[in-house]
Design a protein around this ligand. Structure first.
Ligand code: NCD
Length: 316
């Protein structure tokens, strides 16, 4: 069965339909009603890299829907330390589970795992590659705030070179006709092949080092952490560390309904003074990981989300 490795695996109609499912699942994610749509199903969580939100929200999503989860646990206590290959690990976990969520430090590892598995793989981040389930919760958050995805002006800021969240998100936003502004230090520019791909898909991309002057007419400002662990050279990291620090005082003159997002964890790129402003959306965004992943789990397991879930709001 096909999994979700990059955003190319979903059409725009599928994305919209999964977001509608996610919206109907909100009362289930909030624990207001119990809907065991995934009873009897087992998710395998295989995280070969640190994770808090992605791993926990997958687990919460599965459990809120009556399913179960088995975890690889700490890589140090698994057979990976005995030299087991990823291929063998996947072939075995494949037999224990109905679907696998995986994070791995190597770019391309999720596709490799999908090639080894019969069950669907959900790519929870492959090195500096892709992070499509994060993109689904990001799109959900944007649609919740603005009522639409098309035609928005979105600033993606920070580490665009190594940040997998912005690689997947920029692709999806381009497909929905958003205007993109890439704000980063020169060293951390969006990789040329991604910019070329976006342009080939008709993107209107502006690249700048000046984050603050891009804020004025933005609908969404998506901040990212500088991915320290992906730098080959510590000195290079020191050159760009702390490049952007958004403070509440920088937000004067921005659009009333502009939202600030961040996949989290943050380091110092969003000052806590921003948290209390009407623009901050990153904690809601993290919560939305549960509904977005619930909807994805149902879709990839071939389970239909009912149209009439009690106490659900209308479609947005
Ligand atoms: C992101 C990731 O792992 O790529 N985190 C997440 O999934 N929310 C962002 C990051 O680590 O900076």
């Amino acid at each position: 069965m096909a999994g979700l490795i990059t955003m190319d695996d979903l059409s725009n109609d599928e994305i919209q339909s999964i977001l509608n499912d996610a919206e109907r699942l909100l009362p289930v994610a909030e624990g207001k009603i119990y809907l065991p749509l995934l009873q009897g199903k087992i998710l395998g969580n295989l995280f070969f890299e640190p994770s808090t939100r992605t791993r926990m929200s997958f687990e919460t999503a599965m459990k809120r829907l009556g399913g179960d989860v088995v975890n690889l646990g700490d890589v140090k206590t698994s057979s990976v330390v005995k030299g087991e290959t990823l291929f063998d690990t996947i072939q075995m976990v494949d037999g224990y589970t109905d679907i696998i969520a995986m994070r791995h430090p190597r770019q391309g590892a999720a596709q490799y795992a999908q090639d080894a598995a019969r069950v669907p793989i959900l790519n929870g981040g492959d090195g500096a590659g892709h992070h499509p389930t994060q993109t689904m919760l990001d799109l959900f958050t944007i649609k919740q705030a603005h009522g639409r995805l098309d035609g928005l002006k979105v600033v993606l800021a920070g580490d665009l070179r190594y940040g997998r969240t912005v690689h997947s998100l920029s692709h999806a936003l381009t497909r929905f006709g958003c205007e993109l502004i890439f704000a980063s230090p020169k060293l951390l520019r969006m990789p040329a092949e991604i910019v070329e791909d976006l342009s080939a898909h008709g993107a209107n991309v502006v690249e700048t080092e000046d984050l603050l002057s891009s804020l004025a007419d933005a609908d969404v400002v998506y901040m990212t952490r500088i991915q320290k662990e992906r730098f080959a050279d510590e000195d290079e990291y020191t050159k760009v560390a702390g490049a952007y620090k958004l403070h509440a005082s920088n937000l004067e003159g921005t659009k009333e309904d502009m939202i600030i997002m961040h996949p989290l964890p943050r380091v110092d790129e969003i000052h806590p003074s921003v948290d209390k402003t009407r623009h901050a959306r990153y904690f809601e965004q993290a919560f939305n990981g549960v509904v977005a992943r619930m909807a994805l789990l149902c879709r990839l397991l071939g389970v239909t989300v009912p149209e009439d879930i009690p106490s659900a709001g209308g479609e947005f």
